[in-house]
Design a protein around this ligand. Sequence first.
Ligand SMILES: [Zn+2]
Length: 330
Amino acid sequence: MKEESPKYVLAVDIGGTKMDIAFINQYGNLLEPAQRLLVPFDEQGVAKPDAILDLLEPYVNRAKKEFGSFPGIGLSICGNIDTETGDAVLVANLYWRNVPFGRMTWERFGVPNYPATDVRMALMAEVLWGKAKGLKNVAWMTLGTGYGGYLFLDGKLYDGAHGFAGNLGHNIYDERTGELCGCGQKGCFESFVAGPAIASQGQLAVEQGESKILKHLSENDRLLVTTKMVFQAESLGDQASIEIIEEVVRKLGISLSSMVNLLDLEMIVLGGSVWKGSPEFIQCVDRRVRDFLMTEEAKRDLKIATESFPNSALVGAAADVFLHTGLLKL
Ligand SMILES: [Zn+2]
């Protein structure tokens, strides 16, 4: 079968501090390496939608000029997005509530655009072009500043009643001992396992004099412990850090195995920054999840994979455009 000539769309992934931009075709290939820009914020710490559109304008103009037909813009955003209206309903990191970003993009450029939450976009990239290609029951989970994901069940994206399915990180682990979470509840899994939780547990170890190694590693940063430092200290044999990571792995094991028991998944794809640079961490999570699974079939068949692309959400933003225009099908 003859391959169709590549058609490019503009893909954008707006994160909590940075945004990635690329032209991507219907085979999931980038025209050139993705560009990374800083998200513009005002003095109150609110991301400025008009300034974001200013940054996108040269790319849109280039696409209009260079590509005979330009099917649209895929907009991956790090929060809850109403895919029907294109409104950013709640994006904590950008301090956005009910920002009509889809409509603003249309008014500025006159080009069809498809905003959706980044975890949904990432899952689409994995299912269409990544490690989950051909599978029918898959979860994408991001473990970074937060912990949450999206579901692909029986060969379809599963949005739930309000488009909020996949918020696994806000299931409660222990409301009696847990910290207050950004969602308003106490003791969510996210408040134990996400990056900031790991860093603050490391911080506590330094303050209580339990970790000389972490103290040493954070000395040049005014004793501010980061997630990366905890992993570093763990690899150096620091007992406090080993215990922190072991607990994170245990709780992830409980959380992910519950999801697999409930949904009988074939694959979980893990994205996010927390585990990057620590392949042992993924192996430990994999073992723990298997320990807790109910059926022999799940223990045998479940695969826990890592993100297929440097930024799956960015690639998925392009997939979303092609799915909307009918050029690709799930
Ligand atoms: Zn929560």
